[in-house]
Ligand binder design. Structure first.
Ligand code: GUN
Length: 246
């Protein structure tokens, strides 16, 4: 919705991934002055459309619209972002259909790298509904000892220094510096920050953190592609469930 340049890039990448996987995608590029009613009508239409297995509303949406109402309106079994409260609740109890794409992508990176989470000190920086909170929950399900840091955390550096696994998802350019990283820690950077000179940087100062970390993700090219891969996975899962129920 509207003309957020970052959203444009994300949506294009999601469409490309669909094409690559053989998933049909339908884009509704709504103008910035779309009304709540028009948006809700579109969601209702897609909810009832049998040729649609997954629905995603790229966030953020313009300020005059009610984001919560939009998230609540998407049918939970088509909610491939896993933002609907029904899906969020299921994640909390560890009995879920879909995982939110970014935290799921981070878990996949950790697992595929052969890193065992059980018993590890995991520090998540950021407490958003989209990344920080579900990320902490997934690490907890994997038996990590999890700390969530945020803007009111008293001593961020000291807390991060304890971590075996650091996940930065706070949206502050290069907030996490090498001196905060324990030798051998695993560092995962979810941040995507555009600097005034247009350079894209993460929440981690890569150069200095890479000197300490045993594994670290770059920005761009680290977590981002994983998020999209997990979106494809959720969509295929939704399609299989819909097919079984036909
Ligand atoms: N905006 C930033 N990240 C996301 C995401 O994972 N899903 C959607 N729908 N919007 C986003």
């Amino acid at each position: 919705m509207g003309d957020d340049p970052a959203s444009r890039i994300y949506v294009n990448n999601k469409k490309k991934a669909c094409e690559y996987c053989g998933i049909r995608s339908f884009e509704y590029a709504l103008p910035g002055d779309t009304t709540q009613e028009e948006l809700m009508d579109l969601i209702e239409k897609l909810n009832g459309d049998d040729s649609v297995d997954g629905i995603l509303c790229q966030l953020p949406i313009p300020k005059h619209l009610d984001e919560k109402a939009v998230i609540n309106a998407i049918r939970p079994d088509k909610d491939v972002d896993a933002f609907h409260p029904a899906n969020v609740g299921k994640i909390m109890i560890g009995d879920y259909d879909f995982l939110p794409c970014t935290p799921a992508g981070v878990m996949e990176l950790i697992r595929e790298s052969g890193i065992d989470i059980a018993g590890k000190e995991c520090v998540v920086i950021g407490r958003s509904n989209i990344v920080g909170k579900p990320m902490a929950m997934l690490l907890l399900h994997a038996h990590g000892t999890v700390t969530i840091c945020h803007s009111k955390t008293k001593d961020l550096a000291e807390t991060v220094r304890r971590a075996d696994i650091v996940v930065a998802a706070v949206g502050v350019p290069e907030l996490i510096t090498g001196d905060m990283i324990k030798e051998g820690a695993v560092v995962i950077d979810v941040g995507m920050n555009r600097l005034p000179d247009k350079k894209l940087v993460g929440d981690v100062a890569f150069e200095s953190a890479a000197k300490k970390a045993s594994a670290i993700t770059p920005v761009p090219g680290g977590v981002g592609p994983m998020t999209i891969a997990m979106l494809m996975k959720n969509t295929v899962k939704a399609a299989l469930v819909h097919h079984e129920n036909k």
